[in-house]
Design a protein around this ligand. Structure first.
Ligand SMILES: Nc1ncnc2c1ncn2[C@@H]1O[C@H](COP(=O)(O)OP(=O)(O)OP(=O)(O)O)[C@@H](O)[C@H]1O
Ligand SMILES: [Mg+2]
Length: 321
């Protein structure tokens, strides 16, 4: 549904986006994750036809955003970083105006405006002037204008920025509700957002794609080794050496201890499952095995890892054709 092929954008000597490629399938929600200045907004502006790339091409619903801008824009709803509201119009007037310029037929316009206001929870502000809206409401009206013509593709630049926690949850639900019959790309630098909303994640850093995967895939792929947390009840006994001696174990570290119960982090190669051996070793010595579970890297740690490594592309990227 969306295809970005080798896009590069330079501003003078700054390369804001550097050879970025990815695809988004129909009905999918793709999270575009990266720290400040990574190139998220730049990529989205290119995808929505607001500015041309220096190199590369992008298509939306099969239309090249530069050679067929009208067809592509008709099928795209865009929430820019700063929603483009007209201060002198009321919310309803503004949405009606957007519906008109997006070509919604006049007999459908009223219904579409009402439904967009309901979905984004701004109906109670319908007659308020845009200039008098709070930041959160401006963001919601921005979202309402993006969905007003029921586009197949939604490009949302930080849709939850500036919202309070309750609005964040509502907006996430709205976005999830729109997926399926819409294809969505949303940018964020907030990790839980992608884990909760997106099926796939593109992580970009300094203009380059450093990882493309599902949230779960990222978690396991970035773990070179598997780490287990093992809690053993054996008063006065340090089990480090015993655990260290098991085949497949590469490292053991004491992580906590309290009242004769010690917790250990046991590392092994990712493809070997050593849980049975650990359980047997502990139990056969008469110790109590209180806990045995895999420790997963949080998305937070992954994000920090991929955005701080020197040459992360080789290690983690799975650039699709
Ligand atoms: N009009 C411009 N002229 C020059 N440089 C620009 C321009 N717009 C963006 N840049 C630079 O391009 C890079 C990417 O910016 P971009 O706005 O795409 O980042 P972002 O990922 O959206 O960041 P944020 O999370 O802060 O919104 C930055 O280094 C920025 O300074
Ligand atoms: Mg941005």
């Amino acid at each position: 549904m969306i295809e970005v092929q080798n896009i590069t954008k330079r501003y003078g000597r700054t390369t804001a986006v550097d050879d970025v490629s990815f695809r988004v399938e129909r009905g999918e929600i793709l999270g575009f994750l990266g720290p400040n200045g990574a190139g998220k907004t730049t990529t989205m502006r290119i995808l929505t036809g607001y500015m041309p790339p220096t190199e590369g091409r992008a298509t939306v619903a099969g239309y090249d955003v530069f050679t067929h801008p009208i067809e592509a824009k008709q099928r795209t709803g865009y929430l820019p970083e700063t929603p483009p509201l007209y201060p002198d119009m009321t919310v309803r007037e503004y949405l009606d105006f957007v519906a008109r310029i997006k070509g919604v037929p006049s007999r459908e316009r009223r219904d579409r405006v009402t439904s967009a206001m309901q979905r984004t929870h701004v109906a109670d502000m319908a007659s308020r002037h845009c200039s008098k809206l709070s930041k959160g409401y401006r963001q919601r009206v921005g979202l309402a204008q993006a969905i007003i013509h029921n586009p197949e593709v939604l490009i949302l630049d930080e849709p939850t920025a500036g919202l309070d926690p309750k609005q964040i949850i509502e907006t996430r639900e709205l976005i999830r509700g729109l997926a399926g019959d819409h294809t969505i790309v949303l940018s964020t630098h907030i990790l839980p957002e992608v884990a909760q909303t997106c099926q796939r994640v593109v992580i970009i850093n300094r203009g380059r794609v450093v990882a493309i995967d599902t949230p779960e895939g990222l978690t396991s792929r970035l773990q070179g080794a598997a780490t287990l947390y093992v809690q053993v009840d054996a008063p006065g006994v340090d089990a480090t050496e015993t655990l260290q001696g098991l085949p497949g174990v590469s490292r053991v570290a004491l992580s906590d201890q309290r009242d004769g119960v010690r917790g250990y982090e046991v590392e092994s190669a990712r493809e070997t499952d050593i849980r049975r051996e650990i359980a047997r070793a502990v139990v056969s010595r008469g110790w109590g095995l209180l806990e045995l579970r895999p420790m997963r890297m949080s998305l937070e740690e992954i994000f920090l890892q991929v955005t701080t490594e020197e040459t992360p592309e080789e290690a983690v990227s799975e650039q699709r054709p």
